[in-house]
Design a protein around this ligand. Sequence first.
Ligand code: ATP
Ligand code: MG
Length: 457
Amino acid sequence: FEARFNIPHLTDIFHDALPIPSTFCLKMRTPTEDFADGYPSDEKWHGYINNNDRVLLKVIRYSSPTSAGAECIDPDCTWVEQWVHRAGPRERIYFKPEEVKAAIVTCGGLCPGLNDVIRQIVITLEIYGVKKIVGIPFGYRGFSEEGLSEMPLSRKVVQNVHLSGGSLLGVSRGGPNVSDIVDSMEARGINMLFVLGGNGTHAGANAIHNECRKRQLRVAVVGVPKTIDNDILLMDKTFGFDTAVEEAQRAINSAYIEAHSAYRGIGIVKLMGRSSGFIAMHASLASGQIDICLIPEVHFNLHGPHGVLSHLKYLLETKGSAVVCVAEGAGQDFLQKTNAKDASGNIVFGDIGVHLQHETKKYFKEIGIPADVKYIDPTYMIRAVRANASDGILCTVLGQNAVHGAFAGYSGITVGICNTHYVYLPIPEVISYPRVVDPNSRMWHRCLTSTRQPDFI
Ligand code: ATP
Ligand code: MG
């Protein structure tokens, strides 16, 4: 089976860099072709993954382009089977465990499950026999900032960290440039780096991987995608997403009770989702209490006869109350652009939730109809909770596979779940743009069926 993507292996650093394929179905160079046998893995892992094992990317075959949902599939790839590399332990490993110094770093914002992944990486490294495991404090900043020393990690240290949310290591945005990070890694003797973060962090991880390759360092850089928004390409879901959807139910239910108990009550809940409305869509579907779901992918008007506000008026007249769920990246065109950026260079968004609350109050005041508007923003309450059971399992498997990938000698890769199987993917392929809700998808249509909302245009 040929693979959709070539994943970089450390043996490549002594050859001309393999081209990152722009077309699919390029044959991957397996590690064993280059580093002969590697070392035998002492741990048996209850079975090994063969380097040529593959996972099918898309499992549905539409019999006709008119089948509902078929328009979401890339037209060039509709009928082509695409395979990606299966994750897991290899029988021959690239590193001798006693020569490994592994480091873990967590960057960006908080996401449920970070501690679960850290814990599992440490435990799996110890099973391989690695003695030197450290945490880099406060994201990439921990590589350069005075007074931030690396944190020794062991099973004992991480045993119970998954019982609370947040990150044991701390997180941050911004920080040193890639060359300084690699200088620091060289000075510390780090030859395995596990990077937990979103698109920015992964761009950094890929740059670190390339810099190591340029310097011909045998360093494995492996990412674990952390995005509560679930906006990473090709993956079924990312850790923290399930927990976020579950926790969002509490905010939605409170908004519903407030709206339902008030005379002509309107509840507005803002949820995470900078470019993708997955959390808002799934939380709306799960709760069954949402009348209007607004996401960045679907344009809407606030004013006018078909706008959100006149639908709210209709809902108050017919149902007596209404609940709105809005993703943070939705309706940004209504807001004043500030051009403000955070320490990592991400544009700071205007607050659509506050704007919606303001406009709703103003509208009902102007038309002289009473409306009791309540606004809830549960963002930081959701980000800080501990992972639920399903995310706990996902984090455990991703953490184990991150370590297996590094030991297999892959670098510049990230781990994910595709069609319920765990896979390795080259970082650039999954961060080239954010995965978004397809307005033609069945899931969005189901959400519309559930809310009964019209098109606001
Ligand atoms: P979140 O989803 O929480 O925003 P993120 O990983 O996208 O997570 P960022 O703050 O954007 O969070 O980036 C995290 C780290 O990655 C920062 O330390 C930032 O300096 C670094 N970084 C971001 N983009 C790049 C890039 N293109 N090249 C190198 N490093 C980057
Ligand atoms: Mg980001």
